[in-house]
Design a protein around this ligand. Structure first.
Ligand SMILES: Nc1ncnc2c1ncn2[C@@H]1O[C@H](COP(=O)(O)OP(=O)(O)OP(=O)(O)O)[C@@H](O)[C@H]1O
Ligand SMILES: [Mg+2]
Length: 254
């Protein structure tokens, strides 16, 4: 590992809270107790502005998914504050957390997590049921989201009738249908070949260009290099908060 890069503070002193959509302050996450205790996150600070396109990288076990699950309000930190769109969600109860998650966040996973008995259209309509969108509007908006990801000809196919890349595109349509401010993706291209990886990245790039903040965990340098900012985790800490693709290259080849 290269020593030429200095460890940077993840929240720069002149960062403007008005622009921040995500702000993690002294976040720690401890799993288990006593002898089995694992400190998955050790006092991390990280700020991401609205509209950023950011990759999170680092060795296996360095805390990337733990951080993403906290950012995605799927899990709570053991200590610290998490401000999502200036709301301190670390202190919210389960009900409020579920509401915020549904309203502000979209999540894409490596394994798609589509419901196999539902069609593409029905899978994408589902989050709107929880969001209380009128039934008459659900179909229209789901169709619109599926068109956005290039699946207008696959609306009535079930997941088993779709390729991996197409399934991931359905998952992206599902993640954006409630018009989130942040799209979170944990290794979204991990199960895809290079061609479909590029299709998914093209969609992320387009969504980001419309103003959606995109934060993605990846192990692939070629994937991270297509984002605009790379954050590097090691041992439960953010050790680089603004790597360029060139600096990343230096870090992974040395
Ligand atoms: N539910 C859990 N219970 C106990 N320990 C956990 C749990 N989830 C994660 N850990 C531990 O926390 C640490 C960070 O895990 P995490 O899944 O965040 O890593 P990661 O960076 O996403 O790794 P990978 O690249 O392999 O996905 C690891 O040591 C892991 O074993
Ligand atoms: Mg992980």
């Amino acid at each position: 590992m290269s020593n030429t890069l200095t460890i940077t503070d993840s929240i720069s002193p002149n960062s403007d809270p008005k622009l921040e959509i995500i702000r993690l302050e002294n976040i720690s996450k401890v799993y288990g107790m006593g002898e089995t205790e694992v400190k998955a996150l050790n006092d991390i600070n990280l700020a991401i502005n609205e509209g950023e396109y950011c990759a999170i990288m680092g060795p296996s076990g360095s805390g990337k998914s733990t951080a993403m699950n906290i950012i995605g309000c799927l899990d709570r930190p053991s200590s610290g504050n998490y401000y999502l769109d200036n709301l301190n969600v670390a202190k919210m109860n389960d009900e409020d957390l579920a509401h915020i998650r549904n309203k502000k966040l979209g999540f894409v996973f490596q394994q798609f997590h589509l419901l196999s008995q539902l069609t593409a259209l029905e899978n994408v309509m589902l989050p709107m049921v929880y969001a209380g969108v009128k039934p008459s509007e659900r179909k229209e908006r789901a169709t619109e989201a599926l068109i956005k990801v290039g699946l207008e000809k696959r609306l009535n196919n079930k997941p088993t009738q779709l390729s991996g890349g197409q399934q991931q595109r359905v998952a992206i349509a599902r993640a954006i249908v409630n018009r989130p401010v942040v799209l979170l993706a944990d290794e979204p291209t991990g199960a895809l070949d290079s061609r479909t990886t590029q299709e998914v990245l093209d969609i992320f790039g387009e969504l980001n260009s419309t103003g959606i903040t995109v934060v993605m965990v990846t192990h692939e340098t070629e994937v991270a290099s297509q984002t605009k900012r790379i954050v590097w985790f090691r041992d439960g800490q953010v050790v680089h908060s603004h790597l360029t693709p060139e600096e990343l290259h230096q870090l992974v080849v040395v």
